[in-house]
Each structure stands twice: as C-alpha cells, then as structure tokens.
Design a protein. Structure first.
Length: 173
C-alpha cells in the first residue's frame, strides 16, 4: 500500500469532495488529510479502514482503486500495444506477399527452362527444391496462395509412392 495516499486523493476527487469536508467528517484537520494525500505521513491500518468506510468501500477496494493517471497510463499502453500488433500483422502480410512473389517468379523461370528442355511436367521441380516445404507451410504465405494446394498434392503423391515401395501389398491391382 505504498501509494495509498494517491488512492485516497483520487477517491476523494472522484466523489467531488473537498479536503475540508472529508477532514471535518473524520474529525481531523485539513492539514493532516493533506499530508496523508501527499504521502508525508504514514497512514495506520485503522485510519485506512476509517477512510475506506467513509468512502463506502473496503480497505482492499481503496488500496486497489485505479486512479485517473493509472487508467490513462493503461489506456496509453493498450493503445501502444494495439498499434504495435497492427504494425506486426502488416509486416507479416508484406513478408507473406514477398514470399509469394518470389515463389511465383521462381516457378515462372523454372517453367520456361523446363519447357525449353522438353520436361514432361514443367515447373514441378519447384516442389523438389530443398527447403521449399518451409516456404509452403501455410504460415509464410497467405491462406489462399495458389501454390499451396498443388504442393500439398505433390507431397501426398510422394508419401503414397514411398508407402507403396515400403509395403508392396498395398499397391492397387
């Protein structure tokens, strides 16, 4: 309760009361209440209980009362965090779009090369590149990126082929 003096002043002001009115109602001088609110004197638990009762709250409610400064600070902090989160989300989206552009340019180049060499499936080499799975894992691109589904189908086909070699009895006749 190191900042209880701030809480007492904030509750008093929030209720529209003057130091004179509170001091008079509690049988103390305005100067003594002023020193309490400034933190110049140590406030006994008994005095805290009396003040809390006067304000119609428990000592715990008085001690945890959120001052205007605390509310503003919390709102500012939330606003800053929200802005930082928005900036991060925008940055992630930009990075995803750049990854997609890179992959599409790479695919385009591979298709041209494959067609020039007469490859039966132009562009499928892209899915065989080391590390391509890290780029096409659904996190580094947007959810609707055009290459995600063909990549998943390619991986499924590879897995089925591997399983077929491992377990020849599972091959279709």
């Amino acid at each position: 309760m190191s900042n209880i003096h701030h809480k007492i002043r904030s509750v008093r002001k929030a209720r529209g009361m003057t130091q004179e009115a509170v001091a008079e109602a509690l049988g103390m001088t305005k100067g003594n209440l002023s020193r309490m609110e400034k933190g110049d004197v140590t406030i006994s638990q008994e005095r805290i209980d009396t003040l809390a009762k006067f304000f119609g709250m428990s000592a715990e409610e008085l001690a945890t009362y959120e001052t205007l400064e605390e509310k503003v600070t919390k709102e500012d902090r939330n606003s800053v965090f929200s802005e930082q989160l928005r900036q991060r989300e925008a940055q992630i989206l930009r990075m995803q779009r750049e990854t997609e552009l890179f992959l599409l340019e790479l695919l385009s180049q591979m298709v041209r090369e494959d067609e020039a060499q007469g490859h039966p499936q132009p562009g499928h080499r892209l899915f065989e590149l080391p590390g391509i799975g890290r780029l096409l894992n659904g996190e580094n691109t947007t959810a609707g990126f055009a290459l995600l589904e063909p990549y998943r189908e390619h991986e499924l086909f590879k897995a089925q082929a591997i399983l077929g070699r491992l377990h020849p009895s599972t091959k279709k006749k």
